[in-house]
Ligand binder design. Structure first.
Ligand code: SAH
Length: 348
């Protein structure tokens, strides 16, 4: 039987492993973990040098008609103070972002029926005509194929839709009955067929998640071969059914970032806000483990605290310009630099 160090080498060489082998790496000791990290960092540098891409995140609505059990803005959370940004608010965020050097804007929100295809279309067209040199990423959840197509035709470039878990039984434990893995996966397939650069992903340490589940997630990511993968620790929200569930750990999140970098060397892999929330240097550690993207918030400070998917989210009090400066220092402190081009995937 291979040692876990040999498995790490094998993963570096073959860019994949069998399920049982992945489970062993997911559970490996600290020493092999550090070895994995060094291989992942080397791989990141081979593919992207010391360049870190930035994306400006605009959380434009926290109304949501879904009821994901883990999420603080689920429809059943009556205590959540709801807001939505106007077209003008959104454009102001982009203007500020553009001045700060952002060339990708990410529109993320709950699934808010107020934003009909027509209203979304207006927002997309306005952003793309004002900023033809910028990429536009959407993260609006599950829509019809027609809606995805319409947004793509209007100029949207990328779409983030985490699959959350590749196991249908596990999926059922995280979502109400009417939400299915089948539909989630169908949406991902549509997005890819239409021609978006697509991102899938999971929460690390989500309730009921096993190492076998994670291995299946990794194998799904490998076969789906997306341009982007979003992973961050699950963090409980006190007004959800998972209020008492333990949070995902820093160590496992970093380990998975490294494994993903080795499986998909060119993937765009953010060090997420959730990772920054569970450790003061979470973003830096994420990059050192293989991540190459950061997505600071461009939302108006007045609404930031309200887009609370989980408790204690960081960076909700600072202006966008402050976040940008802070991020620059953090990234420079680990020998990397922020680049301000669109940062398209090298895997298209
Ligand atoms: N409504 C859209 C986008 C917003 S949610 C969608 O469903 O895609 C974006 C991501 O935040 C989700 O995919 C989920 O993985 C993550 N998230 C939600 N609640 C979380 C929590 N409590 N802890 C960590 N991540 C969470």
């Amino acid at each position: 039987m291979f040692s876990t160090t040999e498995l790490a080498d094998k993963l570096y060489r073959n860019k994949t492993l069998g399920k049982e082998e992945l489970v062993r790496l997911i559970n490996c000791d600290e020493e092999t973990g550090e070895y994995l990290r060094s291989l992942a960092e080397k791989t990141r540098i081979e593919n992207y040098g010391h360049d870190i891409y930035i994306r400006g995140l605009i959380e434009f609505s926290n109304y949501c008609c879904r009821d994901c059990l883990y999420c603080g803005i689920r429809r059943s959370n009556r205590l959540c103070e709801r807001y939505r940004l106007s077209l003008d608010d959104i454009i102001e965020c982009c203007d500020e972002g553009y001045r700060l050097g952002f060339r990708t804007f990410v529109l993320q929100g709950g699934e808010d029926p107020y934003f009909t295809d027509e209203r979304m279309g207006e927002i997309i067209s306005k952003i793309k005509s004002r900023y033809p040199d910028c990429a536009l990423t959407l993260s609006l959840g599950e829509k019809s194929r027609e809606s995805y197509q319409r947004f793509f035709d209007l100029g949207a470039d990328r779409y983030l839709l985490r699959h959350e878990t590749a196991d249908a039984e596990h999926y059922k434990k995280l979502h109400p009955q009417e939400q299915t893995l089948e539909n989630r996966m169908r949406c991902l397939r549509y997005l890819k067929e239409i021609g978006y650069q697509v991102g899938c992903g999971i929460m690390v340490g989500s309730p009921f998640q096993t190492a076998e589940n994670i291995a299946d997630d990794l194998l799904f990511m490998k076969s789906f071969n997306p341009q982007m993968i979003g992973i961050g620790p699950f963090i409980h929200h006190n007004q959800t059914p998972f209020a008492d569930k333990p949070d995902g750990t820093l160590e496992l999140t970093l380990r998975l970032l490294s494994i993903i970098r080795l499986m998909l060397p060119k993937v765009l892999l953010p060090a997420t806000t959730a990772l920054a929330t569970i450790h003061p240097r979470g973003r830096e550690l994420g990059i050192l483990a293989g991540a190459n993207v950061v997505m600071p918030n461009l939302s108006p400070v007045s609404v930031r605290k309200k887009y609370q998917l989980y408790d204690n989210k960081v960076c909700t009090g600072e202006e966008s310009a402050q976040c940008r400066t802070c991020l620059e220092h953090r990234i420079n402190s680990i020998g990397c630099r922020i680049v301000t081009d669109r940062g398209d995937s090298k895997n298209i």
